[in-house]
Design a protein around this ligand. Sequence first.
Ligand code: NDP
Length: 308
Amino acid sequence: MITEFTYSLEDLEQRDFPGTPLAVLGQPIAHSVSPAMHNAAIATLQEGNSRFRDWAYYRFEISPEELPRALPLFHKKHFLGLNLTVPHKVIALDCIKGISADGDRMGAVNTLVWDELGYDGFNTDGYGLRQGLLEDLGFSLKDSAVLLVGAGGAARAAAVQCLQEGCRQLYVGNRSLARLDQLLSVLGGMPDARKKVQTFELPVPPADLPDEGVVINATSLGLKSEDPAPLDTASLPPAWKVYDMIYNPPATRLLRRANDEGRATANGLSMLVHQGARSLELWSHESVDARVMMSAACHALKLPPRMS
Ligand code: NDP
């Protein structure tokens, strides 16, 4: 089987994926660099241990309607691990056997691990975000102010991670108020949520922000080059930094504007790499070198290699 190809549910039904297959499922998915990133890290694992010799990571275009039928089939075909991306992270909760403490708190899963009875769900997005903020912006969530834009699966992980890490204040805005309410109810069970979480109406940030903090874009606004910025950054205090979870295109309108305003900015590539490395660790029980994944992701995206 070819790891660069985008497979469908029909391919899964009709073909065999020998050895120890892994995959990312999403819609759209053709742009995903996860196969390049994971197969590079698997090649490194293979150098050190022959038990990884038949591991391979694939990409599947699966719609939300197909997911309940697809997951039992992936299980039957012994896919050891799956990554879930847009729009599966929340809807998969109804199709899995068990859930980790992080996945349960976040109400979203991005990593599934096979066992004989079904898939268990984990969430590595929050970890990936934490590492990305540290690596690219030198920003630690502890005691910090965070302005989060979005309330989907990725925003749930981000919000829970912020509270878990002990952020000082979390401001959240989303286009749909119903989805914002769902996010608030996910956070409701966490200590200090009532005191620390405050909502605001997009696109204008709250007026009373502290001098320092970070904006995190967890919406899909910016994936298309013509998309407007989801937040008006001009009125943010000058020291505020901006992190956009979107990594392709590498500079969204939000990041370009923030750059023009002289702010420190970063895109979501570092988050992608670190969430992916943690997923592969869950499947392999080995420690994974995130730098190998970063280098493969940059190559796949035709970006210059990053030094880290
Ligand atoms: P979801 O589909 O669960 O959530 C989408 C979010 O985007 C919602 O808040 C939605 O708001 C908002 N949104 C969509 N379209 C618009 C619009 N036109 N105007 C304003 N808001 C809009 O997706 P995910 O949470 O899984 O992913 C969100 C983003 O984060 C994606 O761009 C994804 O690529 C990125 N991501 C990056 C990761 C990384 O590792 N770098 C990891 C995970 C995600 P509403 O509720 O109003 O529809």
